[in-house]
Design a protein around this ligand. Structure first.
Ligand code: ADP
Ligand code: AMP
Length: 215
């Protein structure tokens, strides 16, 4: 299964990715996670990406495309993959299309998780992530069992810098300008399924699995 999770920041892509990778036994490729890991390790890529992430801006296309196309050539992507947070611009989508064509592969579905802006901001300011394994929580909607401790690995749970209200709002604007044209892009290719992301986490998962039954 070759899937893309599309949707504004804080729509629930990472949360849903957890169920999908278990169900389909495919790797989750989150460009945001890749950048954060590189920033933490202070790699050359991390140094180039840091300012963009801190400001809620997109990292330039050429940096992102190379990372993803390298990653897609790894053995674990043979049976499929779940792209989370990529593509985010038409240029990235075209580069992905070209790559897949060259490798005789097709996308099965693009899942567009739809959530209104005011709900996105509430999700952003309450989101907490594990510093160690990246698991996602929410102070109101999905609190960790023990305050600030990750249920998955016991790591420390923190707030992402770019989830503060101002940066979160900026990221939504960037999504509207640069990423939302991909809805039309994938609709034209008959790959888009839109999911109501304002339901409970379990109901969103159920709707996604149902939509993928015929993919
Ligand atoms: P994204 O990967 O799209 O940026 P996340 O999966 O990290 O979004 O979710 C953003 C925040 O919203 C997290 O704190 C998560 O726990 C919470 N969340 C995700 N899905 C739902 C939902 N259906 N209802 C309520 N909160 C949700
Ligand atoms: P995310 O974890 O998906 O919310 O991404 C966090 C940040 O990483 C974004 O605000 C961007 O700065 C950067 N980023 C992640 N994916 C991409 C992408 N496909 N293109 C450009 N920038 C990205």
């Amino acid at each position: 299964m070759r899937l893309i999770l599309l949707g504004p920041p804080n729509a629930g892509k990472g949360t849903q990715a957890q169920s999908l990778i278990n169900t389909y036994q495919i790797p989750q490729i989150s460009t945001g996670d890749i950048f954060r890991a590189n920033i933490k390790q202070e790699t050359p890529l991390g140094k180039k990406a840091k300012n963009y992430l801190d400001q809620g801006l997109l990292v330039p296309d050429e940096l992102v495309v190379d990372i993803v196309t390298d990653r897609l050539q790894k053995d674990d992507c043979q049976n499929g993959f779940l792209l989370d947070g990529f593509p985010r611009t038409v240029v990235q989508a075209e580069a992905l299309e070209q790559f897949l064509k060259e490798h005789q592969q097709n996308l099965d579905q693009v899942l567009n998780i739809q959530v209104r802006t005011e709900v996105l901001v509430e999700r952003a300011v309450g989101r907490r992530v594990c510093q160690q394994c990246g698991a996602t929580f929410h102070i109101k909607f999905k609190p960790p069992t023990k305050d600030n401790v990750c249920d998955v690995c016991g790591g420390q749970v923190i707030q992402r810098k770019d989830d503060q209200r101002e940066t979160a709002e900026k990221r939504i604007k960037v999504y509207e300008q640069e990423t939302s044209p991909l809805i039309d892009y994938y609709e034209k290719r008959d790959l888009l399924v839109t999911i109501d992301g304002e339901q409970s986490i379990d109901k969103v998962t159920a709707d996604i699995l149902n939509a993928l039954k015929d993919a």
